[in-house]
Design a protein around this ligand. Sequence first.
Ligand code: GLC
Length: 443
Amino acid sequence: MTESEKHLQAMLTPSREQLVRLVERFQGEIQRGLAGEVSSIAMHPSFVSRPSGGETGRFVALDLGGSNVRVTIVEPDGRGSAAVTRQESFRLTATSGDARDLFDPVADFIGDVIEADGSHKLGFIFSFPVQHESVRSGRLEKWTKEFAFTGVEGMDVVRLLEEAITSKSNESPALKTLSVSALANDTVSTLAWGAYLDPRCDMGLIVATGMNMAAAVSRDLIAKPLPPTIGNPDEMLFNMECGNFDGVELIHTPLDTRLVSESGTRGQLLEKMISGRYLGELVRLAVVHLESRGDAFSGWTASGSAFGLEFGITAEHISDIVHDESPELVGVGMLLRRLGIAACITDERRLLKNACQLIANRSARLVAMGIAATALFMDPELGSEHVVAVDGSLFRGCPGYQTEVRTGLRELLGESRSDRVLVTYLRDASGVGAAIIAAVAAG
Ligand code: GLC
């Protein structure tokens, strides 16, 4: 291992002891969140329980949680499966502007996807921190993932969507057939889809542009009275908003501190070490760091290179770099040329790949920390089996990521206890789960 590799490894590899301390703090924050005390893990109630598995119907799912907005038509059959009869997506051209710049194009798009016949019940997946007032209303607490539309924070996002739908319904009569049945976070809908398939599922996890978890918490574990739940009255699905967990300051490196100061999103300290919106920037900051020490990457951050631009490197670049197994890292060289680095030596390509791997591994071990803490909170002895339903591009697409999460769980829980926590990727879970939540809400 070269000196630079050793330096990066020491900086970016938290010890097991540090992770164990984080597991303890994370559990404390869940407890405080549930008790309604100040906590960096908010634990927002969703007003629904897990589905029974018998839910049926035809629903439109709107997934709004990143630049890629999706509309899916889903028909759960009540027997462990759901048909996806249509799925369309479009990319938002901006992540800032005013409320209409966000909701008008979304309403237009839904109008293009649905037909003007019958009636359509919508499950609205809005993947940001929302304080629910009922299963079909809730106020945006704050933007995350570098979104910055004005006039949305503090507002009921269902109303904003409905207003846009109404204002567009003359141009697009299909919109007149639409009514919002439920609002939910993507982690909650992912959990719901997981539980529809397997009743042992009691956690939902997203590792994509953002990172967050949901948990099905039994009422016995909650100190304060909660509003009634639709479905099973003895439990509530909580959107944890644990991407905001601030205990990780304990293991912040200079790269994390710099990223936090660059970001336009408040808090979200755990998310900023884990999710796809931020990992590329951490890799870029590692390059900046080694270049400024005079260790490697000389000239890489000059103007014209993606390494000289904040957020110029993305999680997709990381996946491509880690994917390249060729001895000379030819693919990495080709990618680097596209990113504005005309010439580099093999050792630099290796060091870059090493930085990507260390940053992705740290992300995966922190995901394991969150899962371990949540599972232990709900079942301290891990006497039962727990399934974690996962959706998200980073979890699915980053080479070696899932293995590293499992290794992290074994490291924290031990061999036999970690066998009782099953982490499973479910494609499109967030969208399909929206239909399940809408069906639960429809009663
Ligand atoms: C961010 C959002 C959260 C969402 C997550 C994954 O953390 O605040 O609501 O679940 O991203 O999309």
